[in-house]
Design a protein around this ligand. Structure first.
Ligand code: ASP
Length: 328
């Protein structure tokens, strides 16, 4: 019997990291080629055929337009290829939430698409990469994973792209989901689903853009003034996400400067520097009067990706931007 064929797109990250010391702290992300990782996985006897392709060999802190464009192209082609059952992307954990969410917004929700990473490099004692990869295989080959959009598999948990975020710098259980927690639990020999798909319908929500605009995240801090807002406008930002205090708050002078930015045609989304929770409209900040958008469940990193996609798609008015944040 032929095994299901999975496409594995390698981008680097700690899952492809090498430390050359089982106990040392420092390592290089992306040093191990995806072919070497895939031949290692092939020895686990998972009853799948893995076909590897290198997109990049970088730490995901350096990921950007070129890699996203290549990933989108390869995954869209694989979705139309009847011989491929699912797609796995090996990725650094630092920006997995950004890549996963961008792809989720721009790909059809057909075959399973799974991002997987690791917190410890391949040669570290207690490395989590092989197990996470084996878990990702379980998800990518499972029919019940289809039509769920892009997912992230880390530490035996499966998260939907709009929910997932990195919440710890070094713990192997570093990922959390909000507002939904994990939608499934996976091990190398099992998978249990707990939640319905978050995607409505199967078509892509946005067409893949020609480019992405410059959108910055500004973190609010006590005692700050309006100069950072002026600086962002000065370098031509097309949109600003404020990682505000509490429910997306900021000092009065900063909010006034952001309201000026809105008046000059630069959309402003209020998110939060707090770990999780909703940012709602008109709680302490008068969004209606200032023209701001409330990020709802999206933290700053994903709010920036959505705002970039909206601006790239020509959606710049407050009401339509807010409507998109209301359904992340
Ligand atoms: N800096 C690394 C990266 O994101 C960290 C990791 O993969 O865990 O590529």
């Amino acid at each position: 019997m032929a095994f299901p064929k999975l496409l594995v797109l390698g981008t680097g990250g700690t899952i492809a990291g090498a430390a050359r010391s089982a106990t040392g702290k420092s390592y290089g992300a992306g040093e191990v080629a995806i072919d070497a990782i895939v031949s290692e996985v092939a020895r686990l006897g998972l009853d799948v055929e893995l076909v590897a392709k290198t997109i990049a060999r970088i730490g995901s802190q350096d990921i950007g337009w070129d890699q996203w464009d290549a990933l989108h192209r390869e995954i869209a082609a694989a979705q139309g290829d009847d011989s491929i059952a699912g797609i796995i992307v090996t990725h650094g954990t630092d920006t997995a939430e950004e890549t996963a969410y961008l792809l989720d917004l721009t790909l059809a929700a057909g075959k399973p698409v799974v991002l997987v990473g690791a917190m410890r490099p391949t040669d570290a004692v207690g490395s989590d990469g092989m197990r996470n990869f084996a878990n990702a295989v379980q998800v990518a080959r499972d029919d019940r994973a289809a039509h769920r959009g892009v997912m992230v598999v880390m530490g035996d948990a499966v998260f939907a792209a709009p929910d997932v975020r990195k919440a710890a710098t070094s713990n192997i259980n570093a990922f959390r989901g909000f507002p939904r927690g994990p939608i499934a639990l996976a091990t190398p020999s099992s998978i249990d689903w707990f939640a319905p798909p978050h995607r409505e319908g199967s078509s892509a929500r946005f067409a893949w853009p020609e480019a992405l605009p410059r959108v910055a995240i500004l973190t609010a801090g006590a005692g700050m003034d309006a100069k950072p807002v002026e600086a962002l406008l000065g370098i031509g930002c097309k949109g600003i996400v404020i990682a505000g205090m509490g429910q997306g708050n900021a000092p009065r002078v900063v909010l006034d400067a952001l309201a000026d930015a809105v008046r000059s045609g630069v959309p402003v989304v209020r998110s939060t520097r707090v770990d999780e929770g909703l940012v709602d409209r008109n709680v302490e900040v008068d969004d209606d009067a200032n023209g701001f958008v409330a990020s709802r469940a999206l933290g700053p990193a994903k709010a920036r990706m959505l705002l970039m996609m909206l601006i790239a798609s020509g959606i710049t008015d407050q009401e339509r931007i807010q409507a998109n944040f209301d359904r992340p």
